[in-house]
Design a protein around this ligand. Sequence first.
Ligand code: SAM
Length: 281
Amino acid sequence: MPLDKNWYTEEWAGQGSAISLKINSKVHDEQSTYQRIEIYETETFGTLMTLDGLVMVTDRDNFVYHEMMSHPALFTHPDPQRVLVIGGGDCGTLHEVLKHKTVTLAEQVELDERVTRVSEKFFPELCESNNDPRAKLHFADGIKWVADAKPETYDVIIIDSTDPVGPAAGLFSEAFYKNCFRALRPKGIVVGQSESPLFHADLIRSVQKSFKAAGFRDVATLFFPQCTYPSGWWSATIAGKDAALANFRAQDAAAKTFATRYYNRDIHAAALASPEFLRTR
Ligand code: SAM
């Protein structure tokens, strides 16, 4: 049944499926140097941002993604102080990172300044930590940033990227992960969004393999729901220079001093359990 013009529909190429959100209005539309940025007001998911026609953020469900991109990595590192976010222009991940009191510096390297400026206007709650003195926003290519970084600069690197096409493709490569390894201090942790377990299992296997080939001692994938991303089921793959990822700071996670809506100690442990078809250990 065709949907009328009051629906935003993202077809999932090659998957014979799609997501539709009922919209009240389109409130922003621009072509930046890098991508088309559109903002809609939806009927039940709040504000929606799409980049090149793909859902990035909705008010209603972004907390799951942003919390899972940040807290598992930060509660795995024994003392995360210096954090780098690559991409993440909506600033939701940065906001979660800054909830950790141990963090002294959170640098974000986003390619497209317009994504951040538009988010500041339409997603103010995600951007409310941008003026935290520990936050430093840079607008540059994350691949080059990490290649140029001095060795042992960061404790945690979070790759909050778009899909592995165009400028984000290199963020899924072994060469980039080798540079992350070099840029991380001992005990360093890297985590990157790694797409849908149902639709992109080969990509997840390849990301796991590339992290290992780049020198990371332990690699694991975290699984979580994300109802507006393809298939509704999403993943982030985490790698440790030295750490055994199952031994995260569970007591600190249980006694966390800040509010979350999805993440907690038990969710963290459960998210590390692999479905049978993606089991590596
Ligand atoms: N939550 C989203 C998802 O998984 O669909 C990702 C959100 S975030 C808005 C992704 C950001 O990565 C985009 O703003 C894009 O401009 C940025 N990006 C893509 N390639 C990049 C690169 N090479 N360096 C830095 N940022 C990059």
